[in-house]
Design a protein around this ligand. Structure first.
Ligand code: ZN
Ligand code: ZN
Length: 389
């Protein structure tokens, strides 16, 4: 694979100006989003004395005819440490008996507290699952369902984990100051109406990671080309201050990142023109599915934090294979587990490169070379930084 090609691909898909910054990387690596890559990388690590180690189940016992529906929701709400422990056990025990799989994060009120839930539930169990979560006394939960039902669930097991923060901005946002700014949360219909009206005039910011943007995005969206959530907030603040009278629209996968962001700016008193898509792209995809006469302003795939790695909203293929440049929007992790890069790879290159991202990784996988690089988060999210000698 050659670096020139990699740079070219990045150039094609990058937000101008941010490109320069992308090479001036900071060494701190708080996640720009929830820790999906790290989680995937370390998912096999268990420590019996570590309270944040997950409770996890193996595959549920279900009949061959069972169909699953992806469901997601989050609630930012103060929960005591004891309550979080209790919830972890209660949720795990109950969902396991119903054959629900997925990934659930809980966080206590010392950080960004609440619950963030992505599950796949047997369809006939859905009413009970909802009733169960509604009964946990965490306030009104708004569920978002996936676009397609599945024969095989998009998670292999159920994992219920305790984290310090649901969103990585604890140092800048006191947990007790998270409030939903209702008038700034646009439901998909209102979001669609306002953005259709404004077209390319709208300042529209994608609050997700690079690879998420690359495979699917709203028309005219700005790629927030930063490595940490904090850098993203600073960038957004700069945009708002530069155009104080203009509305700024932001969106993410399911809404949790934007909710924390709007609270952060509300606390600073500078976010009155900041608007977010309620329920994120997931809810917008549902809206488009239910209103087929409306033309989707989102194109391509919505990245999902599960085995599907994305849910198709429209048939547009926006990304290119990182190795050959062919149109492709299928994300894979590099098969060299020490590398684990998440990147777009077409079937031809996947075979040719033995499911790896580079000659180095292929040779490591084939036992011809040894891996001597440190794990580097930046490298994991930026294929352009791959070291190919
Ligand atoms: Zn290819
Ligand atoms: Zn690799």
């Amino acid at each position: 694979m050659n670096r020139q090609l990699a740079s070219r691909i990045l150039l094609q898909s990058s937000w101008q100006g941010a490109l320069r910054r992308s090479f001036a990387l900071s060494s701190s690596c708080r996640r720009f989003c929830t820790n999906v890559e790290n989680h995937q990388r370390h998912s096999s690590t268990h420590h019996p004395n570590n309270k944040s180690h997950p409770i996890s189940s193996s595959s549920p016992i279900t009949s061959a005819a069972t169909r699953y529906r992806p469901v997601s929701f989050y609630r930012l709400t103060p929960l005591s440490k004891e309550r979080v422990e209790q919830l972890r056990k209660q949720i795990f025990d109950q969902l396991t008996t119903w054959g629900v799989v997925g990934r659930i994060y809980l966080a206590p009120e010392q950080g960004i507290s609440g619950i963030n839930c992505q599950i796949a539930a047997p369809i006939h169990m859905l009413p009970m699952v909802r009733q169960f979560f509604d009964g946990l006394d965490m306030g009104q939960i708004e569920y978002t369902e996936g676009l397609e039902d599945l024969d095989t669930p998009c998670f292999r097991k159920l994992r219920v984990m305790i984290k310090k923060n649901l969103v990585a901005i604890k140092d800048v946002l006191p947990a007790n100051e998270i409030e939903i700014q209702k008038e700034q949360h646009l439901d998909p219909e209102e979001w669609h109406r306002q953005l259709s009206e404004k077209g390319s005039d709208a300042i529209l910011v994608d609050m997700r990671n690079h690879y998420e943007y690359d495979i699917g995005r709203f028309d005219h969206a700005i790629k927030m080309d930063v490595d940490t959530f904090r850098e993203g907030l600073d960038e957004l603040e700069r945009m708002m201050l530069a155009r104080p009278d203009k509305e700024v629209y932001m969106y993410c996968t399911g809404g949790i990142r934007c909710t924390a962001t709007s609270s952060y700016f509300a606390n600073k008193g500078i976010g009155k023109n900041l608007k977010m898509l309620k329920g994120g792209i997931t809810a917008y995809g549902q809206y488009i599915r239910q209103n087929p006469k409306e033309q989707s302003l989102f194109r391509g795939k919505n990245f999902t934090f599960d085995d599907r790695r994305g849910e198709r909203v429209t048939h547009d293929v926006l990304a290119r294979c990182f190795q050959c440049g062919a149109p492709c929007d299928v994300l894979h992790n590099c098969a060299n587990t020490q590398c684990h890069l998440l990147f777009v790879q077409c079937d031809v290159c996947r075979t040719r490169m033995n499911k790896t991202c580079s000659d180095l990784c292929r040779q490591v996988l084939e036992g011809k070379r040894t891996w001597n690089m440190e794990y580097d988060y930046h490298r994991q999210i930026r294929p352009s930084l791959l070291c190919n000698e």
